[in-house]
Every structure is written in structure tokens, then in C-alpha cells.
Design a protein around this ligand. Structure first.
Ligand SMILES: [Zn+2]
Length: 433
């Protein structure tokens, strides 16, 4: 059995868990109905009041919350209390305009630290570890989530922050770092940098890591394992819920346990908004059950995954598992009439060991036709002939997924800019009508 941060809650019976969920749901519903004008209006529009929530199933009567709803009410319109009751705020990047701001009460920070501690503990972090956190500190949630969780566990924490990859490697060597975090593609980058410094990453003390913020395929995961000779866990989360900390995979490495005492999960068809069948893919829609400062009902994450039917796991936890995130429904690209997720391309790329962790899809228009160029870095310097070989192989492999042949542009290692934040996988330069 894995070590657990909160064994009592992580192994709670399904019956007790559902009782708790219903109690928390009723409380949350009452709170937002009374305190947040956006919800008061939305409840009226749906013809529903808090008294209508009698079972967990009744969640289907409640209004949804979308990213646009949040934008319309930013920065402070979704809060349940006056600003004086809040102690911290974080904001997402806002690639399409207004950033999403989340405000935290002391209680909310406590909840976030708790769920992060559970995730870190599940991925093997102990008090004895030396944990280096190479994530930019700022208004993003990432660095702070790991920071707060690690302090609950009591490991020695190095807030090494943004980038400067050579410095990160030197710190790892100097302090004997055993555990790292961050985005998966950056773990690959760090491995390459170590090698370029003449340091074999396998000879460093790093044995474990927890990575998130971008979808990552089995192939990318295996790549990190092979580079570092370490165990790799996957974490999921989003600013709207708390930040990272919503779910993580246990040592079974088969799905991510979502903390159902804090987050009530539905999986819905993104078009009809009806529940999908058992183990079918759909959009994750999450209701917060314990947030007091900015609770959200039925938040449409746009993330596509499926939830496992099984509620027992070898690790002993009773919280349900979802599959790794296949992609954001926002990230889905329609290319010559076919739906494509970046993950499908990554899956193909990661089968080739000469492909590095950094890659992107560049879309353009030529003769009124969608064109795709897949740009990727190699994991080592290749000869001209090796590059041509790789290009041919990749064209064929990608063609079998897309049904047409893309351009493939092969770049030397470390040429695609890297921020240490979520990688931008799609650059859409197509002409819009
Ligand atoms: Zn498990």
C-alpha cells in the first residue's frame, strides 16, 4: 500500500463519502445562492432553489459555470465575501484576454495545501526528501501549490523558481535533490541541459517527480523515466479549482485519483451536456465542495477524459480515478475536416527516441487549404542523413493518424523557446474567413 497523507479520508467508504459530498454540496449551493449575484440570477433562470437539492443526482438541476461567466465577473464578482476576508490571489495566463483571478481565504489555502500534500505523498514525497521546485513563482498557481503541499509533508524544500536550467542542474548536484516538480517538457529539457554540461542525469540523486500543467502522454512519461531513471507521477488541476492538486496517479499508474471530498466530478458530453456512459470520454465538469471564498458550481473545465467505473484500487484509495487528460476541448483542432488533439501528434512523436521533449504544430493556409507543419527538436545532434531519415519516418507515422502528410521541420536541440510554463503546442496562423 502507498503511503498516504490522510489515510482516513483517502480510504473512506463510498457510502460515507457520498454522504459527505451531499452535505457539502448543499452548503455550497446555499452559500453561492445567497452571496453571489451571478448564481442568484442563474438559479432563477433555471427555476431552481437550494431546497431542490436533495440528492447528489440533483446536481443536474444546477446551472453551469463557464470560463466566459468568470471573465464577465472578474476580478472580484464571483466572491462570497468582502475582500477583507481574503489573503491571496492567483491568476491564470489568460491567453485569450482577461486572466481568470481566483481569490483564497485562509480556509481555501488550507484546503489547497491539504490536497497538494495528498498528491505529493501519493507520488512518493516524504519528510526525508530534498524537493526542488523549478517552476516560475508569480501569479500562476503552480509553484505555490507544490510549495504549500511540500511544507505540510515537511520535506526540505528548494524554491528554485524560474528557468536558468544550468543553475537548476547545479543546485540539484549541490544539494542532492531527490524530488522535482514542474511541467513534463521542462523535465526533458533539464535532462538535455545536464547532458550538455557533461552530467549524466541518472547519476544525480533525483528519483521521483510530479509533473503537470500540460497533457502528457505515456510516451513523454517514459522519456522522463529513461532520462532520469526516476519514477514519474502526473498531477491535474486548474486555477479555477485551486490550482494543481485536484488529482494525481498512484503507484499503479493507471488513472488519477480525484479528491472527491473536495471536488464533485461529472463527465458530460460537451455538446449535449448530458452525462456520458460508463467509461466514455467527455468533458470534466467539477463542482467545488469545500471552497469558501470562490466556490464554483458545475465548472466546465473543457478538459477531455473518462472516469473509471471501478472504485477500488490496489493502492487502497476509494476516490475514483479519471484517465489522463486527452486534451482540452478548446485545443481540439479541425484540420481539413478532421478533429485532432495535440496529444495524438505527441503520441506519435514520442515513439522516436531522437525526438526531444519540445515540439509544436504550426497551422497555415496555402491555396485555401489547411497546412500543418510539425516542428520538433531532436534529443541530440543528428547528422544530415539521420535528420532526413527521421523526417521521412515521422511524415509516414503522422500521416497514418491524420490521413494527410504534414510538413515536418527538424530542429537542433534547445531551439524552440522554453518558458518553464505550459508549452504552447499549437500556433494557428491560418487565414480566418
Ligand atoms: Zn490507486
Amino acid at each position: 500500500m502507498d503511503q498516504m497523507f490522510n489515510k482516513k479520508m483517502e480510504t473512506i467508504s463510498r457510502e460515507k463519502l457520498q454522504e459527505l459530498q451531499l452535505k457539502q454540496l448543499k452548503q455550497t449551493v446555499k452559500q453561492v445562492y445567497e452571496k453571489v449575484p451571478f448564481y442568484t440570477k442563474a438559479f432563477k433562470k433555471n427555476g431552481v432553489t437550494p431546497a431542490d437539492i436533495k440528492t447528489l443526482h440533483d446536481i443536474q438541476k444546477l446551472p453551469f459555470t463557464t470560463k466566459n461567466d468568470l471573465r464577465d465577473n472578474m476580478p472580484f464578482g464571483m466572491l462570497t465575501a468582502p475582500l477583507i476576508d481574503y489573503v491571496e490571489l492567483h491568476a491564470s495566463s489568460g491567453t485569450t484576454g482577461i486572466p481568470i483571478t481566483a481569490c483564497y481565504t485562509v480556509h481555501d489555502l488550507e484546503v489547497w495545501s491539504e490536497v497538494m500534500a495528498r498528491c505529493l505523498c501519493m507520488s512518493g514525497l516524504t519528510k526525508k526528501d530534498i524537493f526542488q521546485n523549478p517552476i516560475p513563482y508569480g501569479t500562476f498557481t503552480g509553484a505555490f501549490g507544490f510549495h504549500y503541499g511540500a511544507q505540510k509533508i515537511g520535506s526540505m524544500f528548494i524554491p528554485s523558481g524560474k528557468g536558468q536550467s544550468e543553475r537548476q542542474i547545479k543546485l540539484m548536484e549541490y544539494y542532492g535533490t531527490t524530488f522535482i516538480s514542474g511541467v513534463a517538457s521542462y523535465a526533458i529539457r533539464l535532462g538535455q541541459v545536464a547532458e550538455s554540461m557533461g552530467i549524466d542525469p541518472k547519476k544525480l540523486s533525483v528519483r521521483n517527480g510530479l509533473f503537470g500543467a500540460e497533457m502528457f502522454t505515456k510516451g513523454l512519461k517514459q522519456r522522463i523515466i529513461d532520462t532520469w531513471d526516476m519514477d514519474v507521477h502526473d498531477i491535474y488541476g486548474l486555477t479555477e479549482m485551486c490550482g494543481p492538486g485536484v488529482s494525481t496517479d498512484c503507484d499503479e499508474h493507471d488513472g488519477l485519483h480525484i479528491w472527491e471530498d473536495h471536488f464533485l466530478l461529472e463527465v458530460l458530453d460537451p455538446k449535449t451536456l448530458e452525462p456520458v456512459g460508463p467509461e466514455e470520454e467527455g468533458e470534466l465538469v467539477i463542482t467545488t465542495l469545500t471552497k469558501t471564498g470562490m466556490p464554483l458550481l458545475r465548472y466546465r473545465t473543457r478538459d477531455i477524459a473518462k472516469i473509471y467505473d471501478e472504485t477500488t484500487c490496489e493502492c487502497g484509495r476509494t476516490h475514483r480515478k479519471h484517465s489522463t487528460i486527452k486534451g482540452r476541448s478548446d485545443d481540439m483542432i479541425i484540420l481539413r475536416g478532421t478533429n485532432i488533439y495535440p496529444g495524438q501528434i505527441e503520441h506519435v512523436l514520442m515513439k522516436h527516441e531522437d525526438v526531444g521533449g519540445n515540439w509544436r504544430m504550426v497551422l497555415s493556409t496555402k491555396n485555401e487549404m489547411d497546412m500543418l507543419t510539425v516542428e520538433l527538436e531532436t534529443s541530440r545532434q543528428l547528422s544530415q542523413i539521420e535528420m532526413m531519415d527521421l523526417e521521412e519516418q515521422l511524415k509516414g507515422d503522422i500521416q497514418s493518424v491524420l490521413v494527410f502528410t504534414p510538413q515536418v521541420k527538424i530542429l537542433p536541440p534547445n531551439t524552440i523557446p522554453d518558458t518553464g510554463l505550459k508549452a504552447k503546442r499549437v500556433i494557428d496562423n491560418r487565414e480566418k474567413e
